[in-house]
Design a protein around this ligand. Structure first.
Ligand code: FRU
Length: 548
């Protein structure tokens, strides 16, 4: 046979196809903490399987890189120490040989030091995050579980990632808490502490932390229960899962994101579950057997429902129900049915999605603290998404009626120190003062501006309008906002600038928003007030400590 370039190419292509189609495998005896796996976004996803003594331990999708990896992901295999696992992959398998075990994550020394790592917002070391899940306070620790793909910076392989904190500001990432199983991938949900052992999972005096989550498959979503007896570190799934399978009732695959809490007056558990076109209420005595009670249409995904005092008066309360977009209704709740009494409002917009409030906050504290997913990406980083600042929610009486307010929790204050403070500056003078802070990668700015000769004004950061108040159309960064005193011509903003995001709280949290920070290396303009003849009534600049 005459060997031509064409034949060589042909054989090459055949070899490539053969390699791509057949699952290859390697065998490793686990002696270290982590398996490090090379990834490239340019590779197609393939299925990777870990087998232990012939039994599947886990299956996930990964873009295994056979060439120069774009980044590395890891898998904590501490629990498999001493065991021999077979790893097979049905994608391009040349990357299998690159997988190695080590007591450190590949690139460990750079973690939290990366150029575009947010400095005061939680991000995972590697991979994708979305919704916060199972937010709960227990024995001095706040738990943040979250929708997580440990194996890629895009959405896939939904698992519950896990981090703990003593103050909701500094987080320590722990091993993944819930992995996909034969019922599906681990979609969003919540957690409670079963102090009186209603479900029967408690051990001696140790109450179970119980998680309610959605198991997701392509054709249905069911609600499941898992419990932990070691403060959320390891979990057992309830043997009779799922506890709710309501696909047929709703003729819909969209039944998900159980939000569970204890309803004291009724002595029962409540689950708020998004089903097709709204939030349903289920009740239970034991977290395992659930009874359908009612349904409020007009909500989508990630429900929350809680009672809040109005203007701090505990004798006057309303219940707040919201969905994934954070738009909410106020109403009453009798343990079985939510009765809306208002329209649907917003208090926060922008990158926030799927926020949830913490369970089990001690009564002596009494705050309702919310954490939301910030749909923020971090250019060139091996991780994606972040958690916004935790905020305290309050109901306050406004000129429009009772409304929800949200402001960063007091624990956040430890990160900020006043650098400078001024009053009654002209725009030009304020801009002169701000020159010092040009090029800061993180900053907090509190300001109040007064308009006089033009209908709009605000503050820009390297050309990006991070505050844009249009008094004529009553818009703040494009969203309708009407200040309490509409004749004041003033607006105040508490602005949190991180490396990849900006969060802004208007007029004491009456409205807030978060945006992706535009990284334009060529624009060195820094911070600049704009408008015509505005007065900068207050300006306070804070330095910011990193949480890492
Ligand atoms: C909201 C959501 C949830 C679902 C999860 C899956 O962002 O779609 O409804 O449980 O994400 O990751």
């Amino acid at each position: 046979m005459k060997v031509t370039i064409k034949t060589i190419l042909g054989i090459g292509i055949l070899l490539f196809i053969f390699q791509a189609a057949v699952a290859d495998d390697i065998t490793i005896k686990i002696t270290k903490k982590y398996l490090n796996l090379p990834v490239s976004q340019k590779q197609e996803r393939g299925n990777m399987k870990f087998e232990l003594g012939g039994k599947t331990e886990r299956v996930f999708k990964i873009r295994l890189s056979g060439d120069e990896p774009e980044y590395w992901v890891f898998c904590d295999v501490t629990a498999l120490k001493g065991k021999t696992i077979k790893i097979s992959y049905d994608g391009k398998s040349s990357g299998l040989q690159k997988i190695y075990q080590h007591d450190e994550i590949e690139g460990q020394e750079l973690i939290y030091k990366e150029k575009n790592r947010p400095q005061f917002h939680f991000t995972s070391r590697r991979g994708w995050i979305n919704d916060p899940n199972g937010l709960i306070f227990y024995e001095g620790e706040y738990h943040l579980f979250y929708q997580h793909n440990p194996y890629e910076r895009e959405w896939e392989n939904m698992s519950w990632g896990h981090a703990v904190s003593k103050d909701m500001i500094h987080w320590q990432e722990l091993p993944v808490a819930l992995l996909p199983d034969e019922l599906g991938t681990m979609f969003s949900g919540s957690a409670v502490i079963d102090y009186t052992n209603t479900a029967g999972f408690n051990k001696g005096s140790t109450p179970a932390m119980v998680a309610a989550y959605t198991a997701n498959t392509a054709d249905k979503q069911t609600q499941c229960i898992a419990y932990s007896l070691d403060k959320g570190r390891t979990w057992a799934k309830y043997s009779k899962n799922p506890v709710i399978d309501s696909k047929a009732k709703w003729n819909s695959v969209d039944t998900r994101d159980p939000r569970v809490f204890w309803y004291k007056p009724g002595n029962h558990w409540v689950m708020v579950l998004n089903e097709r076109d709204g939030h349903s209420i289920y009740t239970s005595k034991n977290l395992l057997d659930w009874t359908y009670e009612s349904h409020t249409t007009g909500f989508w995904e990630c429900p929350d429902l809680f009672e809040l005092p109005i203007d701090g008066d505990k004798t006057k309360t309303k219940w707040v129900m919201y969905g994934a977009s954070n738009t909410y209704m106020l109403g009453s709740f009798d343990g079985k049915k939510f009765m809306p009494e208002t329209g649907k409002y917003y208090y926060v917009t922008g990158t926030i999605y799927a926020a949830q409030t913490f369970s089990n906050i001690p009564e002596s504290d009494g705050r309702r603290i919310q954490l939301g997913w910030g749909r923020i990406s971090h250019e060139g980083m091996p991780f994606n998404g972040m958690m916004l600042l935790p905020t305290e929610l309050k109901l306050k009486t406004t000129k429009d009626g009772v409304r929800l307010f949200s402001e960063p929790i007091k624990e956040a204050e430890q990160l900020f120190s006043t650098e400078n403070k001024w009053e009654n500056l002209t725009e030009a003078a304020a801009n002169e003062k701000l020159k010092t802070y040009q090029g800061s990668d993180k900053l907090r700015i509190k300001t109040r501006i007064k308009l006089s000769h033009a209908t709009s004004a605000g503050l820009s950061l390297n050309g990006q309008r991070i505050l844009d108040y249009d008094m004529n159309f009553n818009l703040v960064n494009g969203v309708f906002y009407s200040p309490q005193d509409m004749a004041s011509m003033e607006i105040s903003a508490d602005i949190y600038i991180d490396r990849t995001s900006v969060e802004v709280f208007i007029d004491g949290g009456a409205y807030s928003y978060s945006i992706q920070r535009k990284l334009d290396a060529n624009n060195k303009e820094g911070l600049r007030f704009w408008g015509t003849n505005i007065t900068v009534k207050d300006l306070e600049v804070f330095s910011v400590k990193s949480i890492w």
